[in-house]
Design a binder for this molecule. Structure first.
Ligand code: MG
Length: 295
């Protein structure tokens, strides 16, 4: 199931700061006819994207975002600024996608870019929307990214539990997406790369079907990243496969140095607007007030 519906590019790392191995898998799922997810797994860039916008706009949106970030592939001098510039380019490309009246193309983006600061390699975690980036370290799976979704806001407000959020009819409504608004509005975190880190990137087709503890069990049981990615996608399909599902697993080996810097916090959040109901499995943007434009 690896990659028939999304671009997969693999190749040797170019003078990496550590040795990375990875695997990726994507599947259209059991219900949908189009796979609107995309991914890139090519050192030092590992991202997933979940497009939205109807017809083929979602498929194009996620593909454009990945294509913009692919400019960073095979480079060892990537900076956070370069990542930001690629996201701005992606924003421009997505906004240029023609759509039906009243709809806009958009896409989530979540993942890591390996950057080096002062000789120390870091995972630069990037997120916009409700795809997710997790890190497995010391046997513990932790979600690094924070969903830009209505249900996440309700959880933070104490109005929903995490379990209730997973069943809520508006769980697919995202509050930020690439392509919405004038400028991209991603969160960034900088995590020092540690020996034996395993990073998981996934679209909500995984997390909507498979609970975190089951995801962790698969990641802990399967050392080969490609097989782990395949098994995670398989688990989502067995659980129902109601959405496109895309998974990238990246492992860090031969990490040198002593990276003990503090982890940065995400940038501020900008909740806005209110939207229509949603009860399907597709990622949808939250409607914005008309004068603000957006999706
Ligand atoms: Mg999705």
């Amino acid at each position: 199931m690896t990659g028939p519906d999304a671009p997969l590019v693999t190749g040797p790392a170019v003078e990496p700061a550590f040795r990375a191995t990875w695997g990726a898998a994507s599947d259209v799922g059991s219900v949908r006819t189009l796979n609107e997810d995309a991914y890139l797994a090519r050192y030092p860039v590992f991202v997933v994207a979940d497009g939205m916008g109807g017809h083929e706009a979602g498929e194009r949106a996620s593909a454009e975002a990945v294509a913009a970030l692919a400019r960073l592939a095979d480079r060892t001098d990537v900076t956070a600024r370069a990542v930001q510039e690629c996201l701005e380019e992606a924003q421009h490309r997505v906004r240029g996608i023609p759509t039906s009246p009243g709809r806009g193309a958009g896409t989530t983006v979540s993942g890591v870019v390996v950057v080096t600061e002062g000789g120390v390699p870091y995972w630069l975690v990037v997120n916009v929307g409700d795809s997710r980036t997790y890190r497995l370290a010391g046997g513990v799976l932790e979600q690094v990214s924070v969903d830009h979704s209505e249900v996440q806001e309700m959880v933070e407000a104490g109005a929903l539990t995490v379990a209730e959020a997973g069943r809520h009819p508006r769980r697919h409504v995202v509050t930020r997406a690439l392509g919405a608004g004038e400028e991209p509005d991603p969160d960034f975190w900088l995590l020092p790369v540690a020996q034996h880190d395993r990073v998981l990137l996934c679209t909500d087709g995984l997390t909507g079907e498979v609970p975190d503890d089951a995801i962790a069990a698969i990641l802990l049981a399967q050392p080969a990243p490609q097989l782990a990615a395949d098994l995670l996608v398989e688990a989502a399909l067995v659980a129902g496969g109601r959405d496109n599902v895309t998974v990238v697993v990246v492992d860090a080996h031969d990490v040198g140095g002593t990276a003990d810097e503090e982890t940065t916090a995400p940038r501020g959040r900008h909740p806005d607007g209110a939207g229509d109901g949603c009860d399907n499995e597709d990622t949808v943007p939250r409607a914005r007030p008309r004068e603000q434009g957006g999706l």
